[in-house]
Design a protein around this ligand. Structure first.
Ligand SMILES: [Zn+2]
Length: 530
């Protein structure tokens, strides 16, 4: 085969030059050549040229320079060329809703090579998808956005924060809102059954609403009811989500899959077995995952019982002044601290405090008091809450989940945790390069093509002719995270060129300032919407 290839290559120019038709080079915007090209598909990398015209990729192959006359040639020698990364679960509120156009570029994501973000997750997506789309596109955004309609938004609109079962009329009102979101272009129905008031819903209520998304081609995305041992337990919770998908008749997607806390650490194999069994039975079940052992939270919600903050901070302080109430609070805090892995597992991350960068154990030792009392002292003095990185996952579970062929990359990026700025480079630097948990192919596949397939994103996630030109060029030797738990807002390094919809978003390692993002709408099946 090699011989034939060489022969063809040797003969082709002469043949074209003499008897073949003259091939005029077509104009193009960008030609990327010389790089190692990962197309997003499950195939080995190539040394193809990639050619961009307008917002599309028009050519991927070896003859780019012959066939096209580009305005710009990018020499990607020694670099990796891949589809722009897709972040399956994000909370970029302080960026996409900012009044500052520079902030709306979503720089933390662009510097990681991410070009598409899924938002409205955990049940927070508004049913007013058209309104959202108009806002984002009129103001200008730096990355593409994909929207969910969320259970929390819908339930709050109809039932407020009430802990009760909806009436028939209320359920139908909620159904209409889910249908509206789907018909306006949401890709699915997201829930956050862990959070109040969504946690008040019984399974049947969720199924009834999920069906509205199912009939319109939507996916069910869930921050499940319990990732730990707080209510029904991790495995029951996984089964509940699978049941919802089965009975509503739609794909199930687990947000940020994990086994959180000492009671469930080590249960990744059972979670994987439950999902694999559902998949074998013909169900479409997938997940996303962030490559971090700590979740981001605050000291208050990590440790305080929910009833103790009923009425807000002032009510909490009054309760703490009563000896009897304080004892009750301390007892429950002790249990929550145990569940999260002890005082050693809580790193205090709020900037510029006497305890910044210390674990709760360290600060308790300094003050020679119990960790619970150290936590209470901090809570009393911190009017606006205290950020913590809560180290509650085991590396073994993280690695097992990461290796599954139905898992894709997400950041869960929100303020106060390095994952917003450093998820993709961290997955690459730690789990590909250093620990070799997954291959480079798998890193790219789980951040591009597989994600696009899962979420049915139209012509995204692959370097393919006719696909949208979301393309990243990064230096495999320099691509690295710079943010850490104490400095969570430091931009990542190593992305040299990045295009979003064919427009340059990063050039020579620097932001161009172009808001090239779009809202990517899902098209419901014909006849499913008015
Ligand atoms: Zn979540």
């Amino acid at each position: 085969m090699r011989f034939v290839g060489l022969l063809f290559a040797a003969c082709a120019p002469a043949w074209f030059g003499t008897v073949g038709p003259a091939v005029a080079a077509e104009p193009a915007d960008v030609l990327i050549q010389g790089g190692t090209v990962y197309s997003g598909a499950a195939v080995p990398p190539s040394s193809d040229d990639v050619v961009i015209v307008g917002d599309k990729i028009v050519y991927v192959g070896l003859d780019g320079a012959k066939r096209y006359q580009p305005r710009e040639i990018v020499n990607a020698q020694g670099k990796i060329v891949a589809p722009g990364f897709i972040d399956a679960h994000t909370h970029p509120e302080t960026f996409v809703r900012s009044k500052d156009s520079k902030q709306r570029l979503n720089a933390p994501w662009l510097y990681q090579g991410a070009t598409t973000l899924l938002i409205g997750v955990d049940g927070y997506g508004t049913p007013d998808v058209t309104k959202e789309r108009t806002l984002f596109e009129e103001q200008g955004i730096g990355t593409n956005l994909v929207l969910y309609v969320g259970f929390g938004a819908v339930r709050t609109q109809v039932l407020d924060e009430d802990d009760r079962t909806p009436s028939t009329v209320e359920l139908s009102e909620m159904s209409k809102l889910v249908a509206k979101g789907m018909c306006e272009g949401a890709i699915g129905f997201s829930t956050g059954l862990f959070y109040a008031p969504q946690s008040f819903a019984k399974t049947a209520e969720v199924i009834a609403l999920a069906k509205e998304a199912a009939t319109r081609g939507g996916i069910y995305d869930t921050h499940q009811r319990d990732e730990s041992s707080y209510s029904i337990g991790l495995l029951n919770s996984v089964n509940e989500a699978i049941q919802i998908g089965r009975e509503a008749g739609m794909p199930v997607h687990f947000a940020h899959i994990k086994a959180l806390g000492v009671d469930v650490q080590g249960q990744a194999p059972q979670v994987i077995a439950a999902i694999d069994a559902a998949r074998r039975a013909g169900q479409d079940v997938t997940a996303d995952q962030y490559p971090w052992a700590a979740s981001g939270s605050n000291l208050e919600s990590s440790l305080l019982p929910r009833w103790s903050v009923d009425g807000g901070r002032s009510a909490l302080l009054i309760r703490l002044d009563s000896a009897a109430q304080r004892e009750k609070i301390r007892a429950e805090m002790r249990e929550n601290l145990r569940r999260r892995g002890g005082a050693e597992s809580l790193l205090l991350t709020s900037a510029d405090t006497p305890w910044t960068g210390k674990t709760l154990t360290e600060i308790a030792q300094t003050w020679t008091i119990e960790p619970i009392d150290a936590a209470l002292r901090i809570i009393r003095t911190s009017e606006h809450g205290t950020d913590v990185a809560s180290f509650n996952m085991s590396e073994n579970d993280i690695r097992l989940f990461m290796r599954q062929p139905w898992v894709v990359t997400s950041s869960d990026g929100s303020d106060g945790h390095p994952r917003q700025y450093a998820t993709f480079p961290t997955k690459y630097a730690k789990y590909v390069q250093k620990e070799k948990v997954i291959s480079l192919d798998e890193f790219i596949r789980s951040s591009t093509g597989r994600s696009a397939d899962m979420f049915k994103l139209d012509r995204r996630g692959y370097l393919k002719e006719g696909y949208f030109a979301d393309v990243v060029v990064f230096d495999p030797a320099r691509y690295a995270p710079r943010a850490d738990y104490l400095h969570p807002q430091v931009l990542s390094e190593g992305v040299e060129e990045l295009w979003v919809n064919g427009r340059s978003a990063i050039h020579a390692g620097k932001l161009t300032g172009q808001p090239a993002g779009r809202v990517l709408l899902h098209t419901p099946p014909v006849g499913s919407c008015p």
